[in-house]
Design a protein around this ligand. Structure first.
Ligand SMILES: [Zn+2]
Length: 92
């Protein structure tokens, strides 16, 4: 019983959104409103697009330090991000 309860707790509920979209003549697709809302995608956000022989993956790009790729303690300067650690090194 304990093992069963542990397995139940470990189950993660994943909401999957699927759509069929047509590519327009300029190669664009529309990301549906429900997906944009779910991922908090807003106009101007940067997306990272990867492709292999069979599939295209689109991810919301994370803000990263331009020097070390850290995603924590970032400060923005003219659209670029620098982490506190690198900022400290730059100032010394
Ligand atoms: Zn950094």
């Amino acid at each position: 019983m304990v093992e069963y309860i542990q397995k139940m707790v470990m189950v993660k509920v994943i909401m999957i959104y699927t759509n069929f979209r047509e590519i327009d003549k300029a190669g664009r697709i529309v990301i549906s409103k429900d997906i944009r809302r779910h991922l908090n995608l807003n106009p101007g956000d940067v997306l990272h697009i990867e492709a292999d022989d069979h599939c295209i993956t689109i991810k919301k790009a994370e803000n990263k330090c331009v020097f070390c790729n850290s995603t924590v303690n970032l400060e923005e300067f003219e659209g670029k991000y620098v982490c506190a650690e690198c900022l400290k090194k730059l100032r010394s």
